[in-house]
Ligand binder design. Structure first.
Ligand code: C2O
Ligand code: CU
Length: 507
């Protein structure tokens, strides 16, 4: 039996009604991402210290596996200077604890759901077996949550606890984990369900890149706050137990007015006059950034060494970095270009005012350089485009009250949009009407073209590609490792929740 999305939503207890849009939020009839203004005075910039997210300790280890246990629960966090913010967090923290994994050693992550709603966990960028990938209906329900929530006959639903297994048979890379509950990913990530997952290997260790306190993951995301300090979000049903979706004016995406890095508003970090490695993640729902340093340090302001899927072949210098939701940039910044005493602001050129600043680096001390300036980084065995056995076209567009669609269809777990063969290589042609950061689960891909030649940020292995209005990209994808069902979708989380997602099954 095939169910329409509407029936699925109805069975799931949500109405899924998409109402007409107000003019102000539209651009050529498409709803734009919209700023949600906080209902309290915004904190001053560069007063908080950048939090360094703690690395999670395994509950136990054996010869081949590291076992982690994490409870997902409500907690209160000190984000604003004036008071506490209720969050939903992995182990009650936001960002979630960082998981550090080693290539070749498995990770077993046992999650316990202590929230009042279903959750799903996805390791973004992970080459993961389907039963651990966090398919959007593979709900982990609270222990005593009664009814089954989905009509998807293939859903693997569990109550209380579930184990996710990550093989870590892939290149070292900056991955991240986040919630993926069908129709509710955006509000659940907004409340705090996101964390880093750093995969390391021996080859990378030999490069003597900056390490220890000079290797810092930076999770950048925007949020808005209610008058009482809680997160503000335009959910139709803030309990997240009934109707899914946001008020119509935010259908294009929710933009916060407070920029957080590792959970602190516009923080500062004291640095030495040496090289640092920053693993930058844009964990925002809908905001894209163009990051630059002020004062600038020329074309080598950021030396990019890695992308979504790990190290590049050779470093690439950038004056600025455009980063869309879910993308990662692994960069070196050399503070020896600045005098001790300098203050270097990480700015966002895509916004003015308060959202035009992200954080500040204060160069406060001199130290000897211990790291090496890498020339060659890694070897990449790219696929051969000539080996592609088929080309599939996916159109990502807004269709009036139908919502955000792929090939004119809304997400439906019952419909398969592609069935690539195991170990085959395909070209996927992605085309868009609007800004959409597009993500494919299971694979990393190579960008063949991006409205012309690959762009300056398309090097290496990608799992998310940012398309602008009217753009098209050809990506080369190889489906290896696992048979089974996965999703691909827009990573603007409001677009994702409002149906811009499709299925593929490796057969
Ligand atoms: Cu980062 Cu399907 O997600
Ligand atoms: Cu989108």
């Amino acid at each position: 039996m095939k169910l329409s999305r509407r029936e699925v939503l109805r069975l799931a207890g949500s109405a899924g009604v998409l109402l007409p849009l107000s003019e102000s939020a539209c651009l050529h009839g498409r709803p734009q991402a919209k700023l949600l203004e906080s209902r309290l005075p915004l904190p001053k910039p560069f007063e908080a210290t950048l939090p360094i997210v703690p690395v999670l300790k395994p509950a136990r280890t054996d010869a081949a596996v590291d076992y982690y246990e994490v409870s997902v629960r409500q907690a209160s966090a000190r984000i604003l200077p004036g008071g506490n913010t209720a969050i939903w967090g992995y182990n009650g923290t936001f960002p979630g604890p960082t998981i550090e994994a080693r290539r070749g050693r498995r990770v077993s992550l046992r999650l316990r759901n202590e929230l009042p709603v279903p959750i799903v966990n996805h390791l973004h960028g992970g080459h993961t077996a389907p039963e651990s990938d966090g398919y959007p209906t593979d709900f982990l329900l609270p222990k005593d949550y009664g009814a089954l929530l989905t009509s998807d006959p293939r859903a693997r639903v569990k109550w209380g606890e579930r184990e996710y297994v990550y093989a870590n048979e892939q290149r070292a890379a900056t991955l991240w984990y986040h919630d993926h509950r069908m129709d509710f990913t955006a509000p659940q990530v907004w409340r705090g369900l996101a964390g880093f997952y750093i995969l390391r290997d021996d080859q990378e260790a030999q490069l003597r890149l900056p390490s220890g306190d000079k290797e810092i993951p930076l999770m950048i995301c925007d949020r808005s706050f209610d008058a009482d300090g809680s997160f503000l979000y335009p959910s139709l049903d803030p309990s997240l137990r009934g109707q899914a979706g946001v008020t119509t004016d935010y259908m294009g995406g929710v933009l916060g007015d407070v920029i957080l890095v590792n959970g602190a508003p516009w923080p500062k970090l004291e640095v030495a006059n040496t090289r640092y490695r920053f693993r930058i993640l844009n964990a925002s729902n809908a905001r894209r950034y163009e990051l630059a340093l002020e004062p600038a340090a020329g074309a080598g302001s950021f030396v990019q060494i890695g992308s979504d899927g790990g190290l590049l072949e050779v470093p690439i210098g950038h004056r600025s970095i455009r980063i869309a939701p879910a993308e990662r940039f692994d960069v070196l910044v050399n503070f020896s270009r600045y005098r001790t005493g300098s203050q270097v602001v990480l700015v966002n050129r895509l916004a003015g005012g308060r959202q035009g600043e992200v954080m500040r680096f204060d160069v406060v001390r001199q130290e000897r350089e211990e790291s090496r300036a890498p020339y060659a980084l890694s070897r990449i065995d790219f696929h051969d485009a000539a080996s592609a056995i088929s080309t599939r076209v996916f159109d990502f567009s807004y269709r009036g009250t139908g919502g955000w669609l792929i090939n004119r269809k809304p997400y439906d777990p019952a419909r398969m949009d592609a069935q690539p063969k195991l170990d085959s290589t395909e070209i996927w042609r992605l085309q868009t009407d609007f800004n959409h950061p597009l993500h494919v689960h299971l694979v990393h891909f190579q960008v063949l073209s991006h409205s012309g030649r690959p762009g300056p940020y398309d090097a290496g292995w990608k799992d998310t590609i940012d398309l602008g209005p009217g753009q098209a990209a050809d990506i080369l994808v190889r489906f290896s490792g696992y048979r089974g069902r996965y999703v691909f979708h827009c990573h603007n989380l409001e677009h994702e929740d409002m149906a811009m997602m499709g299925n593929f099954e490796v057969i």
